[in-house]
Design a protein around this ligand. Sequence first.
Ligand SMILES: [Zn+2]
Length: 361
Amino acid sequence: VFETDPCPECGVPKHISNEHLWLNSGVIAQSRDLQHRLIFIESENLDPLFEGIGTVIGRPIEKIVIDTARRATRLYTDRLISNEVRGLIRAKALSMEVISDSLKASGRMLGYANYLEFNYRYEGDQDDYFKDRVESPYSLPLLCGNNLGSNNAIDGGRWDVRYEKILPEVYDITTFRSKSPPEPEGGLIMKQYFHKDGDIELKKCSSCGCPAALSEFKWYLDKGMIESARTGRRMAFIGPQMLDAIFEELTSKFGETVPRLLVEEQRRFVKSGNYSIDEVGDEENMRNQFALRGLGDLRDIEVKSKGIRYHLDNAVLHPLLVGLAQGLYEKAFHVDSVVEWELSEKGELIVEVTAKVDSKA
Ligand SMILES: [Zn+2]
């Protein structure tokens, strides 16, 4: 059972402040398991990002996205559900509605979707299915993967998924028992993040203890959406390990062009004004913005008209952070640029954006 009540002071649902910690290292972690990181980011560009990469590569990557999200969700949900609960569900002593309601209440607070209707059959045979009618999913393939992974964690069996568009923004997502023979699960590249202590002190809400800056985001629990009041952009809490695993999977299948493509897609998205970190140049503010989003610890940043160079500890999703720097720079200085980066095994990211010499200012 999750506490959905908003904090009277900052408006953040209590579940968010109870279950998550903003560490001094620019990391958001689950308070029950500090190894499990989350990030709080704009979600509207995720599906265009996947589509854009598919277009450049020349084939859709939806299957890879769904399957990687499934495997990552399975690992995550496995830890949430005890064997005892699993047994109760299989013995039907605990109804699927109860489990589903509770997972969905959490999904609404994380900004995933509006869950409209739930139908299912769960008898332990080939005709079993779970059908969710959802409105405005934060990402359609990621939500499909999330549903599959939850089934895997609860039931252990093999499931497939299909979705159908019912109305603009309304989808039926159905998971059903797989008829194809089991495949080896294969190794999922789940990044282990190294944690390096920092000294970031975000101002806290005096009532609930979460960062006070979260009060500029509005939780619409009835719609399963979080919005930045300042920019109107939709936000979501996402496991970066899931996205990093997708990026790694794509890179191993399609080669080293993938990180570059991700950087480029993100640069375009940020430059088009769809991102809400916008005060380039105020180092303290940028450092806090990164930490609020759980993107890492911005150690130093140099902003000049000729370029930006920064060093970030505890980095996640580095292609997106590289594209972010490039997009912010180009937007602030109205120039084209080139970007180089270096990522150490311990998550230290160095990004260098330089103005193109021939560009018109
Ligand atoms: Zn509060």
